[in-house]
Write a protein that binds this ligand. Structure first.
Ligand code: SAH
Ligand code: SF4
Length: 387
Protein backbone atom coordinates (compact mmCIF):
# COMPACT_ATOMS: atom_id res chain seq x y z
CA UNK A 1 0.00 0.00 0.00
CA UNK A 2 1.32 3.43 -0.90
CA UNK A 3 0.71 6.05 1.73
CA UNK A 4 0.47 9.48 0.19
CA UNK A 5 1.42 12.22 2.59
CA UNK A 6 -0.18 15.60 2.07
CA UNK A 7 2.49 18.28 1.80
CA UNK A 8 1.91 21.30 3.99
CA UNK A 9 3.79 24.49 4.65
CA UNK A 10 4.67 26.22 7.92
CA UNK A 11 2.62 29.18 6.68
CA UNK A 12 -0.45 26.89 6.76
CA UNK A 13 -0.25 26.95 10.56
CA UNK A 14 -0.70 29.61 13.21
CA UNK A 15 1.77 29.60 16.09
CA UNK A 16 -0.24 27.34 18.40
CA UNK A 17 -0.80 24.81 15.60
CA UNK A 18 2.84 24.84 14.52
CA UNK A 19 4.05 24.37 18.10
CA UNK A 20 1.68 21.42 18.54
CA UNK A 21 2.99 19.86 15.33
CA UNK A 22 6.60 20.39 16.37
CA UNK A 23 6.01 18.75 19.76
CA UNK A 24 4.28 15.81 18.09
CA UNK A 25 7.34 15.24 15.91
CA UNK A 26 9.74 15.49 18.85
CA UNK A 27 11.01 19.00 18.07
CA UNK A 28 11.33 21.76 20.68
CA UNK A 29 8.35 24.09 20.75
CA UNK A 30 10.44 27.29 20.53
CA UNK A 31 11.50 26.35 17.00
CA UNK A 32 8.04 27.53 15.90
CA UNK A 33 8.75 31.16 16.75
CA UNK A 34 12.19 30.86 15.16
CA UNK A 35 10.77 29.54 11.88
CA UNK A 36 8.13 32.28 11.78
CA UNK A 37 10.77 34.93 12.53
CA UNK A 38 12.65 33.78 9.41
CA UNK A 39 9.49 33.69 7.30
CA UNK A 40 7.62 36.81 8.41
CA UNK A 41 10.51 38.81 9.89
CA UNK A 42 13.19 38.24 7.26
CA UNK A 43 11.52 36.68 4.23
CA UNK A 44 13.73 33.58 4.30
CA UNK A 45 11.59 30.88 2.74
CA UNK A 46 13.95 27.86 2.75
CA UNK A 47 15.15 25.81 5.76
CA UNK A 48 18.70 26.06 4.39
CA UNK A 49 18.72 29.85 4.93
CA UNK A 50 17.41 29.59 8.52
CA UNK A 51 20.80 29.58 10.21
CA UNK A 52 19.58 28.76 13.74
CA UNK A 53 17.44 25.83 12.60
CA UNK A 54 19.56 22.66 12.79
CA UNK A 55 19.60 20.28 9.84
CA UNK A 56 18.01 17.52 11.98
CA UNK A 57 14.96 19.77 12.61
CA UNK A 58 14.62 20.56 8.92
CA UNK A 59 14.98 16.86 8.09
CA UNK A 60 12.34 15.81 10.57
CA UNK A 61 9.91 18.46 9.32
CA UNK A 62 10.51 17.37 5.73
CA UNK A 63 9.84 13.76 6.75
CA UNK A 64 6.53 14.99 8.17
CA UNK A 65 5.76 16.64 4.80
CA UNK A 66 6.37 20.22 5.99
CA UNK A 67 8.25 22.86 3.98
CA UNK A 68 8.46 26.54 5.04
CA UNK A 69 6.23 27.75 2.17
CA UNK A 70 3.95 26.01 -0.31
CA UNK A 71 4.72 28.05 -3.44
CA UNK A 72 7.67 29.12 -5.58
CA UNK A 73 8.17 32.46 -7.26
CA UNK A 74 8.42 31.73 -10.94
CA UNK A 75 8.53 35.12 -12.64
CA UNK A 76 9.42 38.54 -11.38
CA UNK A 77 8.94 41.57 -13.60
CA UNK A 78 9.93 45.12 -12.77
CA UNK A 79 8.04 48.00 -14.30
CA UNK A 80 9.55 51.38 -15.14
CA UNK A 81 7.52 52.98 -12.36
CA UNK A 82 8.93 50.81 -9.57
CA UNK A 83 6.09 48.29 -9.39
CA UNK A 84 7.49 44.78 -9.16
CA UNK A 85 5.15 41.99 -10.01
CA UNK A 86 5.71 38.33 -9.14
CA UNK A 87 3.92 35.19 -10.25
CA UNK A 88 4.05 32.29 -7.79
CA UNK A 89 3.44 28.66 -8.68
CA UNK A 90 1.28 26.82 -6.14
CA UNK A 91 1.57 23.16 -5.22
CA UNK A 92 -1.26 22.14 -7.58
CA UNK A 93 0.36 23.93 -10.56
CA UNK A 94 -1.93 26.95 -10.58
CA UNK A 95 -0.52 30.47 -10.47
CA UNK A 96 -1.10 33.43 -8.23
CA UNK A 97 0.53 36.84 -8.15
CA UNK A 98 1.54 39.71 -5.90
CA UNK A 99 2.84 43.21 -6.57
CA UNK A 100 5.31 45.28 -4.59
CA UNK A 101 4.84 48.99 -5.20
CA UNK A 102 7.84 51.04 -4.14
CA UNK A 103 7.28 54.61 -3.06
CA UNK A 104 10.27 55.81 -1.11
CA UNK A 105 10.23 54.29 2.36
CA UNK A 106 6.57 53.34 2.16
CA UNK A 107 6.42 50.14 0.16
CA UNK A 108 3.00 48.66 -0.43
CA UNK A 109 2.42 44.98 -1.09
CA UNK A 110 -0.67 43.93 -3.02
CA UNK A 111 -1.86 40.38 -2.27
CA UNK A 112 -4.13 37.95 -4.13
CA UNK A 113 -6.76 35.84 -2.39
CA UNK A 114 -8.03 33.54 -5.14
CA UNK A 115 -6.86 32.06 -8.43
CA UNK A 116 -9.12 33.85 -10.92
CA UNK A 117 -12.35 35.42 -9.75
CA UNK A 118 -15.99 34.42 -10.08
CA UNK A 119 -17.33 37.97 -10.12
CA UNK A 120 -16.14 38.77 -13.65
CA UNK A 121 -16.15 42.58 -13.67
CA UNK A 122 -15.95 43.46 -17.37
CA UNK A 123 -12.77 45.54 -17.01
CA UNK A 124 -10.76 43.05 -14.94
CA UNK A 125 -8.16 40.53 -16.11
CA UNK A 126 -8.66 38.33 -13.03
CA UNK A 127 -12.33 37.98 -13.77
CA UNK A 128 -11.74 37.17 -17.43
CA UNK A 129 -10.40 33.70 -16.67
CA UNK A 130 -13.24 32.73 -14.37
CA UNK A 131 -12.85 31.25 -10.91
CA UNK A 132 -10.24 28.53 -10.40
CA UNK A 133 -10.00 28.18 -6.62
CA UNK A 134 -9.63 29.89 -3.28
CA UNK A 135 -6.15 30.42 -1.87
CA UNK A 136 -5.49 29.09 1.63
CA UNK A 137 -4.37 31.39 4.44
CA UNK A 138 -0.90 29.89 4.03
CA UNK A 139 -0.80 30.60 0.30
CA UNK A 140 -1.76 34.23 0.95
CA UNK A 141 0.87 34.52 3.71
CA UNK A 142 3.47 32.95 1.38
CA UNK A 143 3.17 36.01 -0.87
CA UNK A 144 4.26 38.21 2.03
CA UNK A 145 7.28 36.01 2.82
CA UNK A 146 8.33 35.97 -0.85
CA UNK A 147 7.97 39.75 -1.20
CA UNK A 148 9.89 40.38 2.03
CA UNK A 149 12.66 38.13 0.78
CA UNK A 150 12.97 40.22 -2.40
CA UNK A 151 13.63 43.53 -0.59
CA UNK A 152 16.98 45.32 -0.66
CA UNK A 153 18.76 46.08 2.64
CA UNK A 154 17.01 48.93 4.47
CA UNK A 155 13.70 48.47 2.64
CA UNK A 156 10.53 47.38 4.43
CA UNK A 157 6.92 46.61 3.65
CA UNK A 158 4.88 49.31 5.35
CA UNK A 159 1.41 48.71 3.92
CA UNK A 160 -0.61 45.78 2.66
CA UNK A 161 -3.48 46.03 0.22
CA UNK A 162 -5.60 42.98 -0.48
CA UNK A 163 -6.37 44.08 -4.05
CA UNK A 164 -4.78 41.41 -6.21
CA UNK A 165 -6.56 38.53 -7.90
CA UNK A 166 -9.82 37.41 -6.36
CA UNK A 167 -12.66 38.65 -4.18
CA UNK A 168 -11.56 38.56 -0.52
CA UNK A 169 -15.11 38.45 0.89
CA UNK A 170 -15.79 35.21 -1.00
CA UNK A 171 -12.83 33.62 0.79
CA UNK A 172 -13.09 35.38 4.11
CA UNK A 173 -11.94 32.53 6.41
CA UNK A 174 -8.63 32.23 4.59
CA UNK A 175 -8.29 36.02 4.37
CA UNK A 176 -8.81 36.31 8.13
CA UNK A 177 -6.20 33.59 8.65
CA UNK A 178 -3.77 35.56 6.49
CA UNK A 179 -4.52 38.83 8.31
CA UNK A 180 -3.80 36.99 11.57
CA UNK A 181 -0.38 35.92 10.23
CA UNK A 182 0.33 39.48 9.04
CA UNK A 183 -0.83 41.13 12.26
CA UNK A 184 0.27 38.77 15.05
CA UNK A 185 3.41 39.51 17.04
CA UNK A 186 4.64 36.00 16.08
CA UNK A 187 3.91 36.89 12.45
CA UNK A 188 4.69 40.03 10.45
CA UNK A 189 3.54 42.34 13.28
CA UNK A 190 1.80 44.81 10.95
CA UNK A 191 -0.85 47.12 12.41
CA UNK A 192 -4.42 46.60 11.20
CA UNK A 193 -4.48 50.30 10.22
CA UNK A 194 -1.83 49.53 7.64
CA UNK A 195 -3.83 46.75 5.98
CA UNK A 196 -6.64 47.49 3.49
CA UNK A 197 -9.00 44.88 2.12
CA UNK A 198 -10.78 45.68 -1.13
CA UNK A 199 -14.19 44.21 -1.91
CA UNK A 200 -16.76 44.43 -4.65
CA UNK A 201 -19.36 44.60 -1.89
CA UNK A 202 -20.56 41.43 -0.17
CA UNK A 203 -22.16 43.15 2.79
CA UNK A 204 -22.71 40.12 5.05
CA UNK A 205 -19.01 39.27 4.85
CA UNK A 206 -18.13 42.95 5.38
CA UNK A 207 -20.16 42.81 8.62
CA UNK A 208 -18.36 39.63 9.65
CA UNK A 209 -15.02 41.32 9.10
CA UNK A 210 -16.20 44.37 11.06
CA UNK A 211 -17.19 42.15 13.98
CA UNK A 212 -13.92 40.22 14.06
CA UNK A 213 -10.88 41.26 16.06
CA UNK A 214 -9.01 41.53 12.76
CA UNK A 215 -10.99 44.36 11.13
CA UNK A 216 -8.76 46.25 8.70
CA UNK A 217 -9.30 49.33 6.55
CA UNK A 218 -11.84 48.70 3.82
CA UNK A 219 -11.94 49.75 0.17
CA UNK A 220 -15.27 49.28 -1.59
CA UNK A 221 -15.10 48.83 -5.36
CA UNK A 222 -18.08 50.95 -6.37
CA UNK A 223 -17.19 52.02 -9.95
CA UNK A 224 -20.61 53.52 -10.67
CA UNK A 225 -23.00 56.03 -9.10
CA UNK A 226 -26.15 54.18 -10.21
CA UNK A 227 -27.37 50.59 -10.03
CA UNK A 228 -27.81 50.36 -13.82
CA UNK A 229 -24.26 51.46 -14.55
CA UNK A 230 -22.91 49.18 -11.83
CA UNK A 231 -24.76 46.16 -13.23
CA UNK A 232 -23.23 46.89 -16.62
CA UNK A 233 -19.68 46.86 -15.23
CA UNK A 234 -20.20 44.11 -12.61
CA UNK A 235 -22.86 41.90 -14.18
CA UNK A 236 -22.44 38.99 -11.75
CA UNK A 237 -21.69 40.99 -8.63
CA UNK A 238 -23.40 40.98 -5.25
CA UNK A 239 -27.11 41.80 -5.15
CA UNK A 240 -26.80 45.12 -3.38
CA UNK A 241 -27.75 48.62 -4.49
CA UNK A 242 -25.16 51.40 -4.56
CA UNK A 243 -27.07 53.13 -1.74
CA UNK A 244 -27.07 50.01 0.46
CA UNK A 245 -23.40 49.47 -0.27
CA UNK A 246 -22.41 52.97 0.76
CA UNK A 247 -24.52 52.59 3.93
CA UNK A 248 -22.72 49.33 4.70
CA UNK A 249 -19.43 51.23 4.32
CA UNK A 250 -20.57 53.88 6.79
CA UNK A 251 -21.67 51.17 9.23
CA UNK A 252 -18.26 49.46 8.83
CA UNK A 253 -16.37 52.62 9.67
CA UNK A 254 -18.63 53.33 12.69
CA UNK A 255 -18.25 49.80 14.06
CA UNK A 256 -14.52 49.50 13.53
CA UNK A 257 -13.14 53.05 13.51
CA UNK A 258 -11.14 52.03 10.44
CA UNK A 259 -10.76 53.91 7.15
CA UNK A 260 -13.34 53.26 4.46
CA UNK A 261 -12.90 54.43 0.89
CA UNK A 262 -14.51 53.69 -2.45
CA UNK A 263 -12.60 52.69 -5.53
CA UNK A 264 -13.78 53.92 -8.88
CA UNK A 265 -12.22 52.52 -12.04
CA UNK A 266 -12.69 55.34 -14.55
CA UNK A 267 -13.39 53.94 -18.01
CA UNK A 268 -13.10 56.29 -20.99
CA UNK A 269 -16.49 57.52 -22.19
CA UNK A 270 -18.38 55.21 -19.83
CA UNK A 271 -18.59 56.15 -16.13
CA UNK A 272 -16.50 59.28 -15.60
CA UNK A 273 -18.47 62.14 -17.13
CA UNK A 274 -19.17 65.20 -14.93
CA UNK A 275 -22.76 64.00 -14.42
CA UNK A 276 -21.43 60.75 -12.93
CA UNK A 277 -19.23 62.77 -10.57
CA UNK A 278 -22.28 64.76 -9.46
CA UNK A 279 -24.33 61.65 -8.63
CA UNK A 280 -21.34 60.01 -6.95
CA UNK A 281 -20.90 63.15 -4.83
CA UNK A 282 -24.56 62.96 -3.82
CA UNK A 283 -24.11 59.34 -2.82
CA UNK A 284 -21.00 59.98 -0.72
CA UNK A 285 -22.01 63.32 0.81
CA UNK A 286 -21.66 63.40 4.60
CA UNK A 287 -20.41 59.81 4.78
CA UNK A 288 -16.74 60.61 5.43
CA UNK A 289 -15.87 58.13 2.68
CA UNK A 290 -13.20 59.26 0.26
CA UNK A 291 -12.95 58.25 -3.37
CA UNK A 292 -10.00 56.68 -5.12
CA UNK A 293 -10.19 57.14 -8.87
CA UNK A 294 -8.28 54.48 -10.79
CA UNK A 295 -7.89 55.16 -14.52
CA UNK A 296 -8.80 51.94 -16.34
CA UNK A 297 -5.70 50.06 -17.38
CA UNK A 298 -6.40 48.26 -20.67
CA UNK A 299 -5.02 44.76 -20.89
CA UNK A 300 -4.82 42.20 -23.60
CA UNK A 301 -6.01 38.67 -23.07
CA UNK A 302 -3.31 36.00 -23.04
CA UNK A 303 -2.72 34.20 -26.31
CA UNK A 304 -5.59 31.73 -26.48
CA UNK A 305 -4.30 28.31 -25.37
CA UNK A 306 -5.24 25.40 -27.56
CA UNK A 307 -7.81 24.07 -25.12
CA UNK A 308 -8.09 27.30 -23.22
CA UNK A 309 -11.27 29.03 -22.17
CA UNK A 310 -13.05 30.85 -24.97
CA UNK A 311 -14.24 33.46 -22.48
CA UNK A 312 -10.81 35.10 -22.61
CA UNK A 313 -11.40 35.87 -26.24
CA UNK A 314 -14.95 36.93 -25.71
CA UNK A 315 -13.88 39.53 -23.18
CA UNK A 316 -11.18 41.04 -25.38
CA UNK A 317 -10.49 44.60 -24.36
CA UNK A 318 -9.17 47.12 -26.80
CA UNK A 319 -7.71 50.52 -26.18
CA UNK A 320 -8.48 51.69 -29.66
CA UNK A 321 -11.85 50.04 -30.02
CA UNK A 322 -15.14 51.70 -30.78
CA UNK A 323 -16.41 54.15 -28.24
CA UNK A 324 -19.36 53.71 -25.99
CA UNK A 325 -20.88 50.77 -24.24
CA UNK A 326 -24.54 50.23 -24.66
CA UNK A 327 -26.26 47.70 -22.45
CA UNK A 328 -22.99 45.81 -22.16
CA UNK A 329 -22.69 45.36 -25.90
CA UNK A 330 -20.92 47.33 -28.56
CA UNK A 331 -22.63 47.30 -31.90
CA UNK A 332 -20.61 45.58 -34.59
CA UNK A 333 -18.40 43.75 -32.10
CA UNK A 334 -18.69 40.06 -31.32
CA UNK A 335 -21.76 39.50 -29.12
CA UNK A 336 -20.03 39.16 -25.75
CA UNK A 337 -17.31 41.72 -26.30
CA UNK A 338 -17.30 44.92 -24.31
CA UNK A 339 -14.84 47.43 -25.65
CA UNK A 340 -13.33 49.57 -22.96
CA UNK A 341 -10.67 52.22 -23.14
CA UNK A 342 -8.39 54.23 -20.94
CA UNK A 343 -9.93 57.59 -20.00
CA UNK A 344 -8.19 60.73 -21.22
CA UNK A 345 -6.27 62.80 -18.69
CA UNK A 346 -8.80 65.61 -19.23
CA UNK A 347 -11.72 63.27 -18.45
CA UNK A 348 -10.16 62.03 -15.22
CA UNK A 349 -9.09 65.50 -14.11
CA UNK A 350 -12.58 66.93 -14.72
CA UNK A 351 -14.18 64.01 -12.84
CA UNK A 352 -11.80 64.50 -9.91
CA UNK A 353 -12.33 68.25 -9.83
CA UNK A 354 -16.12 67.89 -9.88
CA UNK A 355 -16.01 65.53 -6.89
CA UNK A 356 -13.72 67.81 -4.89
CA UNK A 357 -15.84 70.86 -5.74
CA UNK A 358 -18.73 69.05 -4.13
CA UNK A 359 -16.75 68.36 -0.97
CA UNK A 360 -15.81 64.72 -1.62
CA UNK A 361 -12.14 64.04 -0.87
CA UNK A 362 -10.76 62.22 -3.89
CA UNK A 363 -7.42 61.05 -5.22
CA UNK A 364 -6.36 59.75 -8.59
CA UNK A 365 -4.40 56.57 -8.18
CA UNK A 366 -1.77 55.94 -10.79
CA UNK A 367 -2.38 52.50 -12.17
CA UNK A 368 1.17 51.33 -11.74
CA UNK A 369 3.06 48.77 -13.69
CA UNK A 370 1.01 49.05 -16.87
CA UNK A 371 4.08 48.27 -18.96
CA UNK A 372 4.55 44.88 -17.33
CA UNK A 373 0.88 43.99 -17.11
CA UNK A 374 1.04 44.70 -13.40
CA UNK A 375 -2.58 45.56 -12.78
CA UNK A 376 -4.85 43.06 -11.14
CA UNK A 377 -4.60 39.54 -12.53
CA UNK A 378 -2.61 40.39 -15.61
CA UNK A 379 0.67 38.53 -15.04
CA UNK A 380 -0.97 35.36 -13.80
CA UNK A 381 -3.07 35.41 -16.94
CA UNK A 382 0.13 35.21 -18.95
CA UNK A 383 1.68 32.46 -16.85
CA UNK A 384 -0.08 29.27 -17.93
CA UNK A 385 -1.22 26.86 -15.24
CA UNK A 386 0.52 23.50 -15.06
CA UNK A 387 -0.94 20.25 -13.85
N1 SAH B 1 -12.12 41.78 -5.86
C1 SAH B 1 -11.76 42.90 -5.11
C2 SAH B 1 -10.27 43.08 -4.94
C3 SAH B 1 -9.41 42.83 -6.14
S1 SAH B 1 -9.67 43.95 -7.50
C4 SAH B 1 -12.39 44.16 -5.67
O1 SAH B 1 -12.93 44.11 -6.77
O2 SAH B 1 -12.38 45.15 -4.96
C5 SAH B 1 -8.86 45.40 -6.87
C6 SAH B 1 -9.10 46.65 -7.67
O3 SAH B 1 -8.45 46.59 -8.94
C7 SAH B 1 -10.56 46.91 -7.92
O4 SAH B 1 -10.96 48.16 -7.47
C8 SAH B 1 -10.64 46.78 -9.39
O5 SAH B 1 -11.65 47.54 -9.88
C9 SAH B 1 -9.27 47.23 -9.87
N2 SAH B 1 -9.01 46.82 -11.25
C10 SAH B 1 -9.23 45.62 -11.80
N3 SAH B 1 -8.91 45.61 -13.12
C11 SAH B 1 -8.47 46.85 -13.42
C12 SAH B 1 -8.01 47.47 -14.62
N4 SAH B 1 -7.92 46.79 -15.76
N5 SAH B 1 -7.66 48.77 -14.56
C13 SAH B 1 -7.73 49.45 -13.39
N6 SAH B 1 -8.16 48.91 -12.23
C14 SAH B 1 -8.55 47.63 -12.24
FE1 SF4 C 1 -13.03 39.96 -9.17
FE2 SF4 C 1 -12.30 42.35 -8.11
FE3 SF4 C 1 -11.58 41.64 -10.64
FE4 SF4 C 1 -14.13 42.22 -10.09
S1 SF4 C 1 -12.37 43.64 -9.95
S2 SF4 C 1 -13.40 40.47 -11.30
S3 SF4 C 1 -14.34 41.38 -8.03
S4 SF4 C 1 -10.94 40.64 -8.76
Amino acid sequence: MVLSMKKRSATDFDLVELEALLLSTGIEKYRGRQIFEWLYGKGVAAFEGMTNIPARVARRLREAGIEPVGSVVERRVCAKDAAEKSAARLADGSVTEFVLIRHGRRNTLCLSTQVGCAVGCVFCASGSRGFVRNLTAGEIADQYAHALGSLQAGERISNIVVMGMGEPMLNLDAVLGAVERLHASWGANIGLNRITISTVGYVDAMRRLAGSRLATNLAISLHAPTDDMRRLLIPHGPAVSVGELVNAGVEYSRTTGKDVSVEYVAIGGVNCQPAHARSLAKLLRRTGIKANIIPFNPWRPAEPQRDGPSSVKARAVSETGQEGVEKGRVSGAEPDAVVLKRPSVAEVTAFHRELERRGIPATIRASRGGDVAAACGQLALRTPPRA
